[in-house]
Design a binder for this molecule. Structure first.
Ligand code: SF4
Length: 204
């Protein structure tokens, strides 16, 4: 079994799925050459049950952890029920823990319904990867299975999340250039999200 809980640069992360409707050009899932620590995040089709995730949480000692992020080699909202149940379980163990999700923002398309309220209420921070400020560029870089629909869906999801979650972020990486960074900033802020521009070295 792959690692359900892992640490990276001092942060604690929870990996619940390898499924994702995107095939981002920069993602290690697309490159198929995960090595070292990254290799430990592949479930090879045997994704953990909620009971297995709870056991991993119990063994980790979250009583002493300040914050945790749901982010693995997949899109966490692919397993929405397990995701929310795990977040709620973490709060029973540590009511003051700050819980974040890194998401592609496509949960509404993945789950076939509006999901922002339940996600926004379950997390302290929802961080959505914007990648690019327009639909065509977004589809080109994410190679998602919902061309033309994905970009408007992630904007709607972000806007709705901002109604329910205390902190919503939208991120890009600086490789898109100054003009697109500024367009992305305006877009994120118009949706009620805090804009984050990461350097290429930090990743998306
Ligand atoms: S959305 Fe995230 S997990 Fe999915 S392919 Fe893109 S970078 Fe990888």
């Amino acid at each position: 079994m792959a690692d359900i809980i892992y640490t990276l640069c001092g942060g604690t992360y929870i990996n619940i799925t390898n499924k994702c409707p995107c095939r981002c050009t920069f993602c290690i899932r697309s490159q198929g050459n995960a090595v070292g620590d990254a290799e430990n995040l592949w479930f090879y089709g045997n994704e953990p049950s909620l009971d297995e995730i709870k056991k991993a949480v119990d063994a980790y000692g979250f009583e002493k952890i300040d914050s945790v992020c749901f982010c693995g080699y997949g899109e966490p909202t692919e397993r929405l029920d397990v995701l929310i149940a795990t977040a709620n379980y973490l709060r029973t163990i540590n009511p003051s823990i700050k819980i974040r999700i890194n998401t592609n923002g496509l949960s509404d398309l993945i789950n076939g319904r509006s999901t922002a309220k339940e996600i926004g209420e379950a997390f302290d921070i929802v961080s959505v990867s914007l990648n690019d400020p327009d639909s065509d560029s977004y589809d080109a870089v994410t190679r998602n299975i919902y061309p033309t629909k994905a970009f408007p869906a992630l904007l709607e999801f972000t806007k709705e999340c901002a109604k329910y979650c205390p902190e919503v972020h939208m991120s890009v990486v600086d490789v898109i250039g100054e003009e697109n960074i500024e367009k992305s900033r305006k877009l994120a802020e118009s949706l009620g999200a805090k804009f984050i521009c990461r350097s290429f070295d930090e990743g998306r």
